[in-house]
Design a protein around this ligand. Structure first.
Ligand code: ACM
Length: 403
């Protein structure tokens, strides 16, 4: 579906593909072979035939728009730069304790009140449904699928602040602008919780062409274990009833999963339980793929709870080695999340994302054989001028001999 053959011969350059996405990826490869800025000088390109198919169908990035909100105008240039590296999924973390970022017409206060602040107490914001659809369409033009996430049953303070009736004690919570997690939970045994979930997931499903809804499910530290399992299985059924497949952070694999559901590995070994149940996994190890981890001790932005992740560490790993029982068949692919407790601007996003996402993109696309940091860092060096030409505020890692 995404493969192509690029033929560069004296008489012509041709791209052949089975599907439009393949033509697009062949074009991205060709564009990497010419200078990044327009020139009137003749360009020499070495003759070659490149036959290329991706190893994994899921090559993603996640952007947390809940801790800090990022407008459509900030997300579009990110999409442009991800597409150049054949990233094909952008997972938007649309709700958390600090903010609800998507308009839900049947529960208006979620965005209007729950979206009215962010970490640090700034103004926050949210996507109207029209803006969300605009992003979906913009991304689709560059073969990027938007995956929406509403995080439940923990990470729900913004919803609990918006509607008193979602709380067991019928008392609305205060808005929250801190960064600690694990204190909020939907009320598991109230009927209204499932009306809320059905309405929200229904509206989100109608707005989302992708066959997936991400329901979070991580760090539900204020939900009793049995109640957690009960909720996840009910949410899975709601997602299925709206014609979608459920994705959740790997904790969901403690519940009974449908084989169509997908668990996203990040820091534990629950994803192995998903595989044993016949479900597939997305691999996002926090020690390798978390873009909010600092590069080194001097990095001003970001966190370090999963360690420092320099460009080499973000590149030199193998997805099937991260989860017990993982194979190329049950691993859907890789994704690099950017949590935004400390990230406030597009410049911040770019600094933490580039160049590490380029290595993640290669792990997602290319075979693992003969991978070497020394070879990669020479190739990566040539991308410094490209990133500059595209005005990307990347981290010029000292280990890379930038051209
Ligand atoms: C996560 O980092 N809580 C998925």
């Amino acid at each position: 579906a995404e493969g192509y053959v690029l033929t560069i011969a004296p008489e012509a350059i041709c791209i052949h593909a089975n599907r439009p996405a393949g033509i697009f990826y062949g074009a991205q490869t060709l564009l990497q072979l010419v200078p990044p800025t327009p020139t009137r000088e003749p360009i020499a390109i070495r003759a070659a035939t490149i036959r290329d198919v991706p190893r994994f169908e899921w090559r993603g990035m996640m952007l947390d728009v809940a801790r800090h909100f990022f407008k459509v105008a900030d997300v579009k240039p990110l999409i442009d730069n991800l597409a150049r590296y054949k990233i094909n999924r952008l997972h938007l973390h649309l709700s958390d304790d600090q903010g609800w970022r998507i308009e839900i017409k049947s529960w208006e206060r979620l965005a209007k009140h729950g979206g009215s602040t962010e970490v640090g107490g700034g103004a926050g914001g949210y996507y109207s449904q029209a803006e969300y659809s605009e992003l979906v369409a913009y991304a689709a033009q560059q073969y990027i699928t938007i995956i929406p996430e509403i995080d439940v049953p923990g990470h729900t303070n913004a919803a609990l602040a918006s509607y008193a009736e979602l709380n067991a004690d019928e008392t609305a919570r205060d808005l929250y602008t801190g960064t600690e997690v694990g204190f909020s939970s939907l009320s598991i045994h109230q009927a209204i919780t499932y009306k809320f979930l059905d309405d929200v997931i229904g509206e989100l499903a109608a707005l989302t062409p992708a066959p997936y809804i991400h329901i979070g499910g991580d760090e539900a530290r204020s939900t009793a274990h049995d109640a957690y399992l009960y909720l996840i299985e009910r949410v899975q059924e709601i997602v299925r009833a709206h014609g979608k497949r459920m994705i959740g952070w790997e904790e969901i694999a403690q519940a009974k999963l449908l084989p169509t559901s997908i668990a996203q590995h990040w820091c534990a070994d629950f994803a192995a339980q998903a595989i044993r149940q016949g479900a597939r996994v997305i691999v996002s190890p926090s020690t390798r793929a978390y873009l909010d981890m600092k590069y080194d001790a001097a990095t001003k932005l970001g966190l370090d709870w999963a360690g420092l992740i320099d460009v080499e560490k973000a590149y030199m790993w193998e997805p099937t080695a991260e989860v017990q029982g993982a194979t190329d068949e049950n691993v859907l692919g890789v994704e690099a999340p950017l949590w935004t407790e400390t990230i406030e601007t597009l410049d911040d996003i770019e600094y933490m994302t580039f160049p590490r996402i380029i290595g993640i993109a290669e792990i997602g696309w290319s075979p693992q054989v003969n991978r070497s940091w020394d070879e990669y860092r020479q190739r990566l060096a040539a991308h410094g001028a490209r990133l500059k030409a595209f005005d990307v505020n990347f981290f010029a890692a000292p280990q890379v001999p930038w051209e």
